[in-house]
Design a protein around this ligand. Sequence first.
Ligand code: MCN
Length: 795
Amino acid sequence: MGASDFSKLPYIGESLRRKEDYRFLTGAGQYTDDVVLAAQSHAVFLRSPHAHARIARVDTDAARAAPGVLGVFTGADVAADKVNGLPCGWLITGTNGEPMKEPPHPILAQDKVRYVGDHVAMVVAQTQQQARDAAELIAVDYEVLPAVVSVCDAASGAVAGAALHDAAPDNNCFKWALGDQGAVDAAFANAAHVTRIDLVNNRLIPNAIEPRAAIANYHRANDEYTLYVSNQNPHVERLLMTAFVLGLPEHKVRVIAPDVGGGFGSKIYLYAEDVCLTWASKKLTRSIKWVADRSESFLCDAHGRDHVSHAEMALDKDGRFLALRVHTDANLGAYLSTFASAVPTILYATLLAGQYTTPLIHVQVDAWFTNTAPVDAYRGAGRPEATYLLERLVTRCAWELGLDQDEIRRRNFISTFPHQTPVALQYDTGDYHACMAQAQQLADVAGFDARKAASAAKGLLRGIGYSSYIEACGLAPSNIAGALGARAGLFECGEVRVHPTGSVSVFTGSHSHGQGHETTFAQVVAARLGIPVENVDIVHGDTGRVPFGMGTYGSRSISVGGTAIMKALDKIEAKAKKIAAHLMEASDADIDFANGEFSVRGTDRKIPFGQVALTAYVPHNYPLDTLEPGLNETAFYDPTNFTFPAGTYICEVEIDPATGATRVDRFTAVDDFGTIINPMIVEGQVHGGLAQGIGQALLENCVYDRETGQLLSGSFMDYAMPRADDFPLFKLGHVCTPCTHNPLGTKGCGEAGAIGAPPAVINAVLDALRPLGVRDFDMPASPHRVWQAIQNAKA
Ligand code: MCN
């Protein structure tokens, strides 16, 4: 079935209410902390108070003797048991041909701590309070070392004595590049105009509603483990933990990610806590639970972004882009988190063509270790950084050439597809002009001048900002990614189990932690089989029930996970047609299947899907000599390309120059997600993404003390999360160019808002401040920073 036929089926494009909401809204969800096992004990981690220190001595005697304590574990115990460090899932090879530096990432610190919050010891006790009290009795002698915190300091080697790892004495992990530098330099030499920009992409802290949590249990009877964990990809967690860290056979470990209260990337990774609990559950023959408190989440969840970049665009006299040159320093934090190395490289540099025909691009990325929490993928992962850089630069090009923000974009938009960019990706479809036109109409751009005058009459500044983003979702295909350093496959698995009564259970390797898969995946299956959506149950998040899975990240689930299910449904349909042919005494080549009925072409003979299902399990009248009973099929799908959602966002801000207070007054987002399965869920995804993108632009900022490496924004009092009243009502629009290489025609929608919004907001802020002479501005646009920029311009 092709994408255009698929989009016409019932349920597709219907805003069905989310099946899962009943349990979430009535408090019946089952999150990891809701899992209570017999005789469970509680773990507390003693964490480093220093950003960088040598551990001279750890004395656990008093803690071991404290009431209720069952065990105290340190780096020495980990080393004695030969537990390996945490692996990194993507190998980057530098421009010098050398592999990236992969220093050990122990699950409990050995010899040294490298960021505030690094894991020093784990205390397990009967109660959480007892574990907390005992952790305070652990005496650690630290020899404090100089800390390097900012990526600029790491790159310049400004802090003497701050080498984090022996394997990387200059703190550099890799220097990597993409593109033809010679051709780019030549284009710059002949350009009519060059626009330059320096940018900081501020570090963010993910802040899912549910903090990370895990409970590990060891079953002595069969030497098996069960780990419940708040995680986005349980099979990947199991694979990494068994094969790389603990050296266990995979079948001995079951990983269950039950209801998960948001992840936004931060729960993709294998974390030290998960491994510590699993490992120690056998040593103590007890189930052990750990639930992060919010302070731990701030300190120890993988952070996002943190790039410092210089970019230059070469243009001809008409404002057409000739070449783009980028240099980025990326902060990796203290250790390589699971996919950290892919974020500032493969997921960033390849997106720098954006929606434009720029024929030549060269990007150099230098990645640095610093004494901060590890940095990894956070909603968008590399693509927000690329979009922010490009869309800020493009708007600046427009202003320098005296063009409007929309005009320079239109002049450079790609308009024929497929389009091969100079940075590896080939876009299959899109209509960037249509997105721009619809966004301008919805945003009432024509009325901007009048609104600006009305703001001015109140003593306020008003600005308008554009961003035309593109992203690449559903990382693919495995063989090319493997050649680029991926140490994992990028396929997805789906199993469709038709029950005798005709209801269906679907086992998917995707994981839903807020995205509504239980509804949208059921819509896909119900549409395809012509059965009521209530008859479809979606099962996910359990290595004991789902055959295999790569989980949810990179807005891949409907396009990759959904397609795996479609492939399994192809097999179901093919087998069911054989059964139907037998029942109707026809050739299976003459059987059609539509609207839940099998019919013999050219006749009025037909039977419903349910009758075929029953026959498969009660095979009395059945071709047993040629066909197995049962109706249960599994498929793996490895995509041939990414999907390329794209859109144009237009933001209008109003600024009070006396205080710097900045208000997003209007925000319009027009996206192309190909075929949309459930418009309401997609709108929710866009709203969430916009909240995160606007949050980054206006409010959120992770700040470490530059000398001591203490996290200064370590609570909601210091780290400004956006709230509903920070946003206007969003105006959303859609353009649909179906993806050409999956049968659903879908493109991912889960990250778009977080990718497209930040440059739209900051371009609007700069548009408002330009008349005052403000030329540069870095996120977030907090009142103080805006006010300061105005004062600096005045001075
Ligand atoms: N969908 C659709 N039609 C489309 C595209 C998607 O109906 N054309 C539906 C899908 O069926 C799915 C939802 O929209 O129900 C999101 O689909 P998709 O874009 O495939 O993204 P994923 O399901 O793979 O979700 C991952 C994405 C990412 S990468 C982050 S980060 C993120 C996000 O989703 N984290 C989230 N949204 C989140 N939402 C919540 N509530 N919590 C998170 O942690």
